[in-house]
Write a protein that binds this ligand. Structure first.
Ligand code: DGP
Length: 120
């Protein structure tokens, strides 16, 4: 897999506002926040898209949600609520090809993200 900007954040060759790190994962604030709180939780293992998650990665992907919930609790927005989503490929809006969980919070978030216009 080719290197992405997130590999450089993992190896600390470029800076990021890091919220949490362990041997498997890293969480840092998104450079272009879409909500009052917006951070990313990524695996240190480079996996390009959701489609590239292999059977041996199942625990690792669950770990990303565990980190999201831990930070939600520590940062104080767990009870109010939040969204934790991964975009996949072009239609999903993915721009960085190293899987990442977006964690968005701090205001009521719109749903659904897309609605067909009703035909007359
Ligand atoms: P996605 O579109 O789902 O692939 O989201 C990629 C996110 O990554 C986007 O919200 C912006 C964020 N991002 C891209 N480059 C950087 C960076 O260099 N630093 C940080 N902190 N976030 C970045």
């Amino acid at each position: 897999m080719s290197e992405t900007i997130f590999s450089k954040i993992i190896d600390k060759s470029i800076p990021a506002d890091i919220l949490y790190e362990d041997e498997l994962s890293l969480a840092f604030r998104d450079i272009n926040p879409q909500a009052p709180i917006h951070f990313l939780v990524i695996p240190k293992k480079a996996i390009a898209t959701i489609n590239d998650i292999e059977e041996q990665d199942k625990t690792l992907v669950g770990h990303l949600y565990w980190v999201a919930a831990k930070l939600a609790s520590e940062l104080g927005f767990a009870e109010q609520g939040y969204r934790a989503v991964m975009n996949c490929n072009e239609d999903g809006g993915q721009t960085v090809y190293h899987i990442h969980l977006h964690v968005l919070a701090g205001k009521p978030l719109g749903w659904p993200p897309y609605q067909e216009k009703l035909k007359r």
